[in-house]
Design a protein around this ligand. Structure first.
Ligand SMILES: C[S@@+](CC[C@H](N)C(=O)[O-])C[C@H]1O[C@@H](n2cnc3c(N)ncnc32)[C@H](O)[C@@H]1O
Length: 261
């Protein structure tokens, strides 16, 4: 039975989500990548859907470019941290990406920063991809990233764990990862510890568990194909600068119906 994962950043630490992730994620760079992907196939994208939008960081940046953007997320707490409804801002909705409460079509649909890695089974991922296809406009573009964990760099990380740190509200925050991978299910159970420090003193400590799926590029391409997508680009990073090797990015479109005969 898959273990349901509700990481601290979506719940107890939701109010710090933006501050923590600003240190680790280049949102401007990722939105630039989205716009370049969409621009290759559509002269102008008018609408976008952000799956697992969190506080709506990407959605806000796209809305600033004049793209009508809807964000959807399961976490009320994260959505509450997002921008208040405004005519030019994104619309953020609470809901499950596996059963989208939406009828419209979108030119650009994306799920970034491992949103779909939280879907642990093929069945869950297939459901989500079918939903994406349902709401993607005929010439639309779908972009998602996922965990690869290619060796050899990832071997060491997975064996020894790793930590990263940033400053949040004037305090040092060290996030330590202690992962265990079950390669039969391709699930990585990451026992994470958040330590807030003043000098060397730990002033708050919080433990949380994230269970994420590790995908193999061929398997993912197969699931996309089975749900009516054609992969148009598959890369290991959002740009060509040095980035960790565990990240994969797929750009897909609706597959053309096969010609008879
Ligand atoms: C790692 S966060 C990324 C948030 C956002 N995309 C970003 O980059 O800032 C993953 C997000 O996916 C959301 N999420 C996970 N499973 C979901 C589901 N089934 N439906 C909707 N949102 C989901 C979580 O609530 C969380 O906000």
């Amino acid at each position: 039975m898959p273990r349901r994962s509700m990481p601290a950043e979506w719940t107890t630490l939701a109010h710090l989500f933006d501050e923590i992730n600003e240190s680790f994620i280049d949102y401007d760079g990722q939105v630039g990548f989205l716009l370049r992907c969409a621009g290759r196939f559509l002269p102008r994208s008018r609408t976008a859907l952000d799956l697992g939008c969190g506080t709506g960081r990407h959605a806000r940046l796209l809305a600033e470019q004049g793209i009508r953007t809807v964000g959807i997320d399961l976490s009320h707490r994260l959505l509450r941290q997002g921008p208040k409804a405004a005519p030019a801002g994104p619309l953020l909705v609470c809901g499950d990406l596996a059963a989208l409460p939406l009828r419209g079509r979108f030119d650009l649909v994306y799920a970034l920063n491992f949103v779909l890695s939280f879907l642990q089974t093929n069945e869950a991922l297939l459901n989500a991809l079918r939903e994406v296809r349902r709401v993607l406009s005929p010439r639309g573009v779908f972009v998602m990233d996922y965990h690869v964990f290619f060796p050899p760099e990832a071997d060491v990380k997975l064996r020894e764990g790793w930590s990263e740190e940033c400053v949040v509200r004037g305090q040092r925050l060290v996030v330590s990862h202690d992962p265990t991978v079950d390669w039969t299910t391709q699930l990585c159970t990451d026992e994470m510890t958040y330590r807030f420090l003043e000098g060397r003193r730990i002033v708050r400590e919080l433990r949380t568990v994230e269970v994420r799926r590790i995908s193999l590029p061929q398997d993912l391409a197969c699931l996309l194909q089975a749900t009516g997508f054609q992969v148009v680009a598959h890369c290991r990073r959002f740009d060509l600068d040095e980035e960790p090797a565990e990240l994969g990015v797929v750009v897909a479109r609706r597959a053309r119906p096969a010609r008879a005969g």
